[in-house]
Design a protein around this ligand. Structure first.
Ligand SMILES: Nc1ncnc2c1ncn2[C@@H]1O[C@H](COP(=O)(O)OP(=O)(O)OP(=O)(O)O)[C@@H](O)[C@H]1O
Length: 390
């Protein structure tokens, strides 16, 4: 039996498609009660990872577990996991309600559940309309409704905001957050940080199938050190004054200004005032999250080989997690290569979970389970939303 935790564990997952390494030694955990964003550029390996987690693709190595079990061992998975991989593949002539009733029958929930989930996703008024005439955003909502049919503990959604208008995105955010606050587990993928930034509690950022960052956005934000760029009347007098105040992170940038790290603009101005140095310009420079995301993932299409480092040094984030299981964000010195900042220390996460069985995957009977004939009218796995009964 599964452990009922709702936890998702991805441990050293790898998928090789011939010469293409789609996913490489990927590890992360998604805890119940949180929304986790699975982020990376096109082709980073997000969908392949989710498909492995949902038992639709056999890993080359590693394991994906939900409730402590591979997907295929979950019994009636539609009651445990609701998943949407593609908001397509609905029977075009079937009404939204009838589409959902087919799935309801497949996972053993009453017909009334169809109307309930249609209301939940805001499609109550469109229940009788044919899915083929739905807009992309409406299809996303119908796919989500399908995933919700079994009242699952775990939601896995691939690019759920795709096609939603701003109001739809805001609605999805509120919905997923409240779903997670009920103690459920939500994993959503996106190639746009901005799209999910306000929704997620933690992120797993991947590039070329490898983890580049794993942790909270707050920690990623906290890794950003601003530096102060200042144009003084007398640079050497200001440097002397700053050094007397214990500031060490000072350098001259090519345009002649001083770049000072470790203190804010007010402190720089105070030191200048004490030293009688005039300031002709002062500016706090900060790398924003979107920029950081791009820096973490921009090796994807540079043709720089299989394990590129966006900063030109050995990639500190690639490969398996360190002893504490934590992938630290880039140190500030990587954001501002000319500077030397102390490297960040981040709190340890427990990974892999204690007492975790060694990876033996797939189980002997797993392939057979994947080949079961779907019930009549049941769509193929990965086509449209499904309640997990793949
Ligand atoms: N069935 C397959 N056969 C061969 N290569 C595949 C297959 N599925 C995926 N790939 C390759 O694996 C890599 C990762 O693809 P994947 O679809 O997992 O990325 P993704 O992060 O989901 O991208 P996107 O954001 O564009 O959906 C890509 O290079 C892709 O071409």
């Amino acid at each position: 039996m599964h452990d009922g935790s709702g936890r998702i564990v991805v441990q050293n997952l790898t998928k090789q498609f011939g010469p293409v390494t789609a996913v490489q030694n990927l590890s992360f955990t998604v805890e119940p009660g949180s929304v986790t964003g699975f982020l990376g550029p096109n082709g980073a390996g997000k969908t392949t990872t989710l498909r492995m987690l949902l038992g639709l693709v056999t890993p080359t190595a590693g394991i994906g577990l939900i409730n402590g079990q591979p997907f295929g061992n979950l019994g009636n998975p539609g009651r445990v996991v609701g998943a949407v991989l593609e908001a397509q593949g609905f029977h075009p002539k079937r009404s939204a309600r009838n589409h959902l009733r087919v799935y309801a029958a497949a996972i053993g929930v009453p017909d009334q559940a169809a109307d309930h989930v249609l209301e939940l996703v805001g499609l109550g008024q469109a229940a009788h309309r044919k899915a083929g005439a739905f807009s992309l955003g409406m299809k996303q909502r119908l796919a989500l409704a399908t995933a919700l049919l079994g009242d699952p503990q775990v939601l896995v959604l691939d690019e759920p905001a795709n096609g939603l208008d701003p109001e739809g995105i805001a609605w999805l955010r509120t919905f997923l957050q409240s779903y997670a606050r009920q103690g459920r587990t939500v994993l959503i993928s996106s190639h746009l940080l901005a799209e999910v930034e306000q929704t997620v509690d933690q992120v797993v950022i991947v590039s070329r199938g490898q983890t580049m960052y794993y942790g909270s956005l707050d920690q990623l934000r906290g890794s950003q050190r601003s530096r102060v760029l200042v144009q003084p009347s007398d640079a050497s007098a200001l440097v002397t004054a700053l050094q007397a105040d214990g500031v060490t992170g000072i350098e001259q940038v090519p345009d002649g200004r001083l770049a000072i790290s470790g203190i804010d603009a007010k402190q720089v101005a105070d030191s200048a005032l004490k030293a009688g140095v005039s300031i002709y310009g002062i500016q706090e420079e900060r790398v924003d999250l979107e920029q950081l995301f791009f820096q973490l993932t921009n090796g994807q299409y540079t043709g720089a080989g299989p394990n590129p480092n966006p900063y030109g040094a050995p990639n500190p984030y690639a490969g398996p997690p360190n002893q504490s299981g934590y992938y630290a964000p880039p140190t500030p010195s990587q954001q501002f290569p000319s500077q030397q900042f102390p490297s960040q220390q981040f709190p340890a996460q427990q990974y892999p979970p204690q007492g975790y069985p060694p990876a033996q995957y797939p189980p002997q009977d797993y392939q057979q389970q994947q080949q079961q004939t779907p019930p009549p009218g049941y769509q193929q796995p990965g086509q449209g939303g499904y309640g997990g009964g793949v």
